[in-house]
Design a binder for this molecule. Sequence first.
Ligand SMILES: [Zn+2]
Ligand SMILES: [Zn+2]
Length: 581
Amino acid sequence: MPAHNADIARIFRNVAEYLEINGANAFRVRAYENAARTVESMARDVADMVAADEDLSGLPGIGEDLAKKIREIVDTGSLPLLEKLRAENPPGLLELLRVEGLGPKRVGILREKLGVESLDDLRKAVDSGAVRDLEGFGEKSEAKIGRALSALEKGRVTHEMSRMRLDEAEGFALPLLDHIRAVEGVVRAEPAGSLRRRKETVGDLDMVAVCDDPEKGPARVMDAFAAYDRVEEVVSKGETRATVRLRNGPSADLRVVPAESFGAALHYLTGSKAHNVRLRGMAEDQGCKVNEYGVFRGEERVAGETEEDLYAFFGMDFIPPELREDTGELEAARKHRLPALVTLADMRGDLHAHTDASDGRAGLEEMAEAARSRGYDYLAITDHSQAVTVAHGLDADRLAALIDAVDRVNDGLSGITLLKGCEVDILEDGSLDLPDSILKRLDLTVCSVHSRFGLPRDAQTERIVRAMDNPHFTILGHPTGRLIGKREPYAVNMERVIAAAAERGVFLELNAHPERLDLDDRHCRAAKEAGVLVAVSTDAHSPGGLDTMRFGLGQARRGWLEAKDVLNTRSLRELKKLLKR
Ligand SMILES: [Zn+2]
Ligand SMILES: [Zn+2]
């Protein structure tokens, strides 16, 4: 089994966790954590770099020693150091980290002082009331651990495993924010956390509110929050901060802060953790402190009312939340070289949509009207090809009829142009599912893999690259086939796919459906670096489906894409030029 970047990262992270629980040197712990993050955020497969005998020690945070360890993992699938740590430590130890609120440090203390080495041990310690007496814990935190433990025991697994899709999280957060904004005295209420960073999955919801009545306002907000009709359980409720669990949904955490701290609080709660840690380090270098209340020099608050002034204090431009992952954005902000990220207003059309000619629900006119009303200049009609029988895919004759129908409808339209397209299956041997004689009549194709996801990596890569050789290939649809929370990406060498697209002048799709978001952010960035334009498309199967564009743009922005990096920000004229191969 080839080791994927995620596998290598997990091994390093586990090493860091074991080391930290056992009180190892903080620099050593940090080194493994940083290595995990570096590997995780890479678009290239590290295994390929090893195979090509490339030097790994130049990667951020990877020195000689870690480079050697990466090679060991790639060659053998495991790391002797981790095996050793596993053997030395009790089997249930890392499971303790799944309890919300328990990091390696606290697990280390629980183990040293109370002999806690498994979830069962922890349950006993909590029930006996021994945890509250530990230094740095107390009664409140014992109760909190008890609740998190119950949640785990009931199978409501916390952390990574309970993360929900961005659109689902938004479905919980937006109405709740409206509820908070309606409270008397509330001036603003904003989402923070990974929802604001537009991550593809979200754990808990974090929210910040400001109230213009510092005396009585916060209490009113807390009461209204706890009384929200979708709250199942009020986990905690203080004067300015409360946590609730929503029915069949996530936990939500709300803080009410004074107006002068709003920017700092929003920044702090937006994260990511890695971004915040780096910024705190930079602040310390300047003899300052950043926390959720502001930027301080000694006792004096010097910034933090807005995020803009917070960044400006450090000589930086405002960093959009989507970029806050410590992957170069802080340095870029300092040099005033942040990308001008693509926005919805930049989008001139959508290049992947279905109609009732295959598995969509609306006709040509209705889809055209839906696109026009969203301010677009064009919409590509890309119904399925014949291989997708469940979607009532089109054979050559039915596609010919659809092409004629699009021409007729276009004659009667103003302000919007339908483009003639097809979502053509890439067959197992890399050929396209319809003959060239019909494909050549189209403005564009979206070529997709819908079958044989289990092919070995080389074969899958070869299949896609061969398809790109077809002169009628335009855009690679949902390039890795992942379905978030349901299906892993198929094994494919994306580095090769991106290079092949660059050589042939074809494009990659970022499928905006919140279940796909495929290309992901790392591959968007790699495509940009290779000069491959990305089509952000909704794959709409109904008029309303066109609205998922915002999710795709969130991922595109996380991938540092600017309007110029996105194919469908082009005018119809420019687009048509680009579509000619
Ligand atoms: Zn598809
Ligand atoms: Zn589709």
